[in-house]
Design a binder for this molecule. Structure first.
Ligand code: COA
Length: 167
């Protein structure tokens, strides 16, 4: 992969990270390393080389969604017997306040999509799923083509759409 982001480790300055959403700060500071150790998710960070501050982070994990959650137009090519569809969960994405509005959110989203696409060549994944915290986050993902999964609060972007971004 492109080397923009790196795996979170104990040398990173997590305590100073502040994105304006307490839940996302707390996750990085208190939970992320536990989840990594237990292999529940992977966490990638963008570290500012000058200040050694974390500019942003995102998490990825395998997950799946029921086929009936997927809008009909995207279900057409899926075998009906596959009740559960393999996907990749972009669980969290956050940029530190000091670095917001500079294009880093977009950069990290593209890094996460590229990483997910590369992994989908080895382990099948139909789409990237996000679970936006609030309307603000939903608007951000909407800008990049994520589609609402009705009645779930989740949004998805088909892997075949992501493929067109990188090939
Ligand atoms: C949402 C967030 C990730 C955006 O990161 P950012 O670095 O500030 O965004 P960028 O500077 O990369 O913006 C890229 C583009 O998205 C747009 N954008 C940014 N936040 C947006 C939002 N909430 N809604 C709609 N568009 C948004 C920008 O205007 C920009 O558009 P442009 O390229 O046409 O100028 C960041 O504000 C954040 O971490 N927020 C708190 C945590 C959060 O809500 N995370 C969401 C997932 S759980």
């Amino acid at each position: 992969m492109n080397g923009l982001t790196e795996n979170l480790n104990s040398n990173h300055r997590k305590k100073e990270f502040s994105c304006g959403k307490e839940m996302l700060d707390n996750y990085l500071q208190k939970q992320a390393n536990q989840d990594i150790k237990r292999k529940l998710s992977a966490c990638f960070v963008l570290n500012d080389k000058e200040t050694n501050l974390l500019k942003g982070y995102y998490t990825l994990a395998n997950n799946n969604i029921p086929q009936n959650l997927i809008p009909t137009e995207f279900q057409k090519k899926l075998p009906k017997s596959y009740t559960s569809i393999p996907t990749t969960l972009l669980g969290r994405l956050a940029i530190d306040n000091r670095f917001q509005g500079k294009g880093i959110g977009k950069l990290l989203l593209m890094d996460a999509l590229n990483r997910s696409y590369e992994i989908s060549k080895s382990i099948g994944s139909f789409a990237v799923i996000v679970d936006p915290l609030d309307e603000d986050a939903e608007n951000f993902y909407d800008k990049y083509g994520f589609i609402n999964l009705p009645d779930s609060g989740k949004m998805f972007l088909p892997m075949n759409t992501i493929k067109t971004l990188f090939e």
